[in-house]
Design a protein around this ligand. Structure first.
Ligand code: M1P
Length: 236
């Protein structure tokens, strides 16, 4: 069995460090198992969150939704994706029309194979982040922006990942792509498994392949890292 874990909201609170007791448990739990991490985030932020030990102990780490792949701490593969002038203009228009007023820096972040966009800005405080996330649930801003991007650029995909931002990448270059190189049974843990979430492509593909009897799989649609921990206590 291969175990695949999303990070924000699944192994850690969104954009925060892993709980230290859970870290100790998880490091022991990883022993002798094939563990894969997949996140929209980049390497530095992931290490900041789960720590170097978990990051290097994992069999493979898929950063930027699988568009930058690391093994034993080494980058083994990546795809390029440039923010064109036209998309940049559209994202700037989003910043102009958004009704969210409390703004910070870094609205457009270029990562390997992925662009991360946030109205509030990546440097926002934890408190502002929580407020935006609550407002976004009601206003549906991020879902709307994703739809507008996909309608205008059919060759791109935009998904809601964590609390404040959206991830944009070439169509098909989503988390589901990692299954192309993972043969056999897979257990996946993610907190954004509903349509529009960045765990959906992998959860949906696993469900589909299970129904078609092409692969054995279990999808754990978790409500947070505590939920993941509870499931793992029963998996030896
Ligand atoms: O891994 C989930 C998401 O985590 C962050 O989201 P946010 O800052 O919106 O909470 C980002 O790194 C995002 O790219 C990533 O998908």
């Amino acid at each position: 069995m291969k175990y695949v874990f999303d990070i924000d909201g699944t192994l850690t609170p969104s954009r925060l460090k892993i709980d230290s007791e859970f870290e100790t448990f998880f490091l022991e739990w990883m022993e002798g198992k094939e563990i894969y991490l997949v996140t929209g985030s980049d390497k530095d932020k992931t290490i900041e969150q789960v720590g170097e030990k978990i990051w290097t102990k994992a069999t493979r780490v898929y950063q930027s939704c699988g568009n930058a792949v690391y093994e034993n701490g080494e980058l083994i593969r990546q795809i390029d994706f440039d923010l064109g002038k036209d998309l940049k203009k559209l994202l700037e228009q989003f910043l102009e029309v958004s009704e969210w007023e409390d703004r910070y820096d870094i609205h457009i972040e270029k990562r390997i194979g992925l662009i991360n966009f946030s109205t509030i800005g990546r440097t926002c405080t934890q408190e502002a982040r929580e407020k935006y996330a609550t407002w976004d649930k009601v206003s549906g801003e991020r879902i709307l922006f994703c739809k507008l991007i996909e309608d205008r650029y059919p060759h791109l995909e935009a998904t809601v990942g964590g609390q404040i931002s959206i991830d944009i990448y070439p169509k098909g270059k989503n988390k589901g792509q990692i299954l192309d190189e993972l043969e056999g049974s897979v257990s996946f843990f993610g907190d954004r498994c509903a349509p529009g979430g960045n765990d959906y492509p992998i959860a949906h593909r696993l469900d589909y392949e299970r129904m078609k009897m092409q692969r054995m799989s279990v999808v754990f649609d978790v409500e947070g890292w505590e939920d993941t921990w509870n499931y793992l206590k029963n998996i030896k």
